[in-house]
Design a protein around this ligand. Structure first.
Ligand code: ZN
Ligand code: ZN
Length: 99
């Protein structure tokens, strides 16, 4: 089987629902998944787990979902603002392609 996105069902930080067809779901290279609002306001495009940037999660067509359904396992790891500030100090002003 090919490697594929898990399509996580929620935002790791605020727990907002992010169904497979959400246009607000953002992922990093490791598929850490957050809502667009958290990425823009709290995270400032710095992934708290890996330091990378985010991109909108592609939407899997419904016919493909029948073969490869989205994950139902909710991952919840609210961001520590003090810890994230350290990452921001290091990465906030560096474009993801230069980190
Ligand atoms: Zn969120
Ligand atoms: Zn990440």
């Amino acid at each position: 089987m090919k490697a594929m996105l898990t399509i996580r069902p929620n935002c790791e930080n605020c727990d907002k629902d992010l169904p497979y067809d959400s246009t607000e779901a953002m992922i990093c290279t490791y598929e850490c998944t957050f809502c667009q609002q958290c990425v823009e306001t709290t995270l400032k495009n710095v992934c708290p787990n890996c330091g990378g940037g985010f991109t909108p999660r592609p939407i899997r067509p419904q016919v493909q979902l029948m073969k490869h359904p989205a994950s139902t396992e909710r991952i919840r790891k609210p961001v520590s603002i003090t810890d994230h500030q350290k990452l921001l100090t290091r990465y906030e002003n560096i474009l993801p392609e230069n980190r």
